[in-house]
Design a protein around this ligand. Structure first.
Ligand code: G6P
Length: 608
């Protein structure tokens, strides 16, 4: 999704902006642009497609003079991904340049009003109204023009503003879209996320909704929405530069798959103390918890799939009904939610627009919200009553891997913790699960060791244009994620089916040679899965069976087998999904796909 950077200092701004935008590439974009104040005026350069095009056009920024500027990567929402729709957008008098992340919901009315005042529009974007409003309200006082402009906007925005009358000054404005200020030595920055900043500074200031800031090389001043100066305490970011880079792997996705033991350790270790699950950040009153009628889990994409795993585990352990629903559906369904419902919101980025909206809807109906989020201080983390961070570290590849597995780990810990507080788990089972959770990082390493095997299997199956994933119970929840992983990065058609449901229609698609990946890790349902495998084999399918190490029964039916280490059934999803992530990765690699930035996808989807 769109990315914003800003730089003001003593050195050339354009190369700094391009470098910052490079670090935001993972968010997904289809055009990019910069605006720099130099030689007495604002100059913009914009290009469609990859950032590389903008680098070529500007000779890596060296052709654009000036030490103060803003930059943007755009993921088209209002208007096609063309050069004229790319940001920055200029006011008619050329005095203001604006970059924007979010959506100005009332842009159509504003556009009409501005056109009636004689302003001429160069693009189809919602953003351009901001540049013209600034021009209309500017009479020599930048701060007041910014405040008047913002007071006219509805929707969400992170804005970066450059004004030709203030050659070394930037303005950053935040409302419902992330924006972070970076403090350097005789230079200051802003960006949509810390990844763009950590090459230059580790001292950052998080703007809150409604706040805005003026930045010059030696000073940052933050104001609240009524223009009063507010004191902000800088936060030190510990993410290493190396953590945000590829670290020797061909792709971020592979690096992030390999990082899972470490990420899981970071998610789990601090929360297990003296054999007990001790989650930080949960302040749910006991009496309220004992009175809950239901748990609702809401999220999008892979985070929703993590929620599907969570449903099985929480229901099994807590005996509380759990409903999982994609956020974009829940929000528009007039959901039956009240103050006796616990809503668990899952999001890697913490900025997904539909998830935020669903969360707000649930909060408005009185629910208590618990967020499982990776990005610290993100919108969802801040909105929630309780937060459990996944501590997975920066995830750059669009297709999530460690983001998902750490969500599953945190959900499992949460299930054990809630079951204990509700008095619904006996001590022996509690101890067994805590030991199993503690062993997850080491156990998942054994799934990662399947790397060469999954590479081999990918070479065998990569040419097929449609695959099916089947499983039951928790295995089915894992199938959903395995199938999404494959389709999103390899562009192969794949479907996940509850194995018992396949025969109610979809089995018509099984034909000679059709690959079916059958997850058979649940001992209690093993025989049922074998029956389903027989059904598809009878129709010509080639079956890749995933089963527990040592369970040789699978060899009788499957053409290929993937063995994962044994564990309590509730702790198996992580071990099962990792070989599936590797399979998707190698299939995409065989097929020459752009693995880290799959077409049409964005890492952080900040629009509906
Ligand atoms: C996008 C990403 C997915 C992610 C989903 C939800 O579609 O490509 O990988 O699962 O958004 O994102 P979130 O940040 O809320 O987990």
């Amino acid at each position: 999704m769109c990315g914003i950077v800003g730089f003001t200092g003593l050195q050339a701004a354009a190369p700094m902006l391009l470098e910052g935008l490079k670090r935001l590439e993972y968010r997904g974009y289809d055009s990019a642009g910069i605006a720099v104040f130099g030689d007495g005026k604002i100059r913009t350069e914009r290009a469609t497609g990859r950032l590389e095009n903008l680098c070529i056009q500007t000779q890596d920024g060296t052709a654009v003079p000036g030490a103060c500027g803003i930059g943007h990567t755009r993921w088209a929402t209002h208007g096609a991904p063309t050069e004229y729709n790319a940001h920055p957008h200029l006011s008619n008098d050329g005095k203001f340049a604006v970059v924007h992340n979010g959506i100005i919901e009332n842009y159509a009315a504003l556009r009409e009003e501005l056109m009636a005042h004689g302003y001429v529009f160069q693009s189809e974007t919602d953003t351009e109204v901001v540049a013209h409003l600034l021009e209309m309200y500017y009479h020599g006082d930048l701060k007041s023009a910014v405040m008047k402009t913002v007071s006219r906007l509805e929707g969400s925005w992170a804005l970066g503003i450059l004004c030709a009358d203030y050659p070394d000054r930037l303005v950053a404005v935040r409302y419902a879209s992330p924006l972070i200020l970076g403090i350097g030595v005789e230079e200051n920055y802003f960006a949509s996320d810390v990844t763009a900043l950590i090459g230059h500074t580790r001292n950052v200031v998080y703007l809150e909704d409604g706040e805005f800031a003026e930045l010059s090389p030696g000073k940052i001043t933050v104001y609240d929405c009524v223009g009063a100066e507010c004191k902000k305490t800088p936060v030190r970011v510990n993410w290493s530069m190396e953590a945000a880079e590829k670290g020797g792997y061909d792709h971020f996705m592979l690096k992030e798959i390999m990082e899972q033991p470490r990420a899981l350790k970071a998610a789990i270790e601090p929360r297990i103390k003296g054999g007990r699950v001790v989650p930080d950040g949960i302040e749910m009153p006991q009496q309220w918890l004992e009175g809950i009628s239901r748990i609702v889990i809401t999220a999008c994409g892979s985070a929703y799939h993590a929620g599907c795993v969570g449903r099985y585990v929480i229901e099994q352990l807590c005996r509380v009904p759990v409903q999982v629903e994609v956020a974009s559906e829940l929000r528009y369904r007039n959901p039956i939610i009240d103050e006796h419902v616990l809503v668990i919101v899952i999001s890697q980025s913490g900025e997904t627009a539909d998830t935020i909206a669903a969360m707000k809807e649930c909060k408005a109906r009185g629910a208590r919200t618990l967020a499982i989020v990776n990005v610290v201080n993100s919108t969802i983390a801040k909105l929630a009553d309780d937060v459990m961070y996944t501590w997975a570290g920066p995830e750059i590849a669009v297709a999530t891997t460690k983001g998902y597995t750490t969500q599953v780990a945190v959900l499992t810990m949460l299930a054990v913790y809630l079951a204990d507080r509700l008095g619904r788990i006996d001590e022996a089972e509690y101890q067994k699960l805590v030991a199993g959770i503690s062993a997850l990082p080491e156990r998942c390493q054994r799934s990662i060791d399947l790397n060469p095997h999954m590479d081999r299997l990918a070479r065998k199956y990569h040419r097929h244009n449609a695959l099916f994933f089947i499983g039951r119970n928790l295995d089915y929840a894992v199938c959903l994620e395995a199938s999404l992983k494959l389709k999103e990065i390899s562009y192969l058609h794949s479907e996940a089916y509850a194995a018992g449901e396949l025969k109610h229609g979809t089995i018509a698609l099984i034909e000679e040679g059709r690959p079916v990946v059958a997850l058979c890790c649940h001992d209690a349902l093993f025989d049922k899965m074998m029956a389903n495998i027989k059904e598809v084999k009878a129709r010509g399918a080639q079956v890749m069976g995933v089963a527990i190490e040592g369970d040789r029964r699978i060899l009788a039916e499957a053409d290929d087998v993937v063995f994962v280490p044994a564990a309590d059934p509730m702790l198996l999803p992580i071990s099962e999904v990792i070989p599936m992530q590797l399979f998707a990765y190698y299939v995409a690699k065989e097929n020459g796909c752009d693995i880290d930035k799959p077409k049409n996808l964005a890492k952080s989807v900040t629009v509906e």
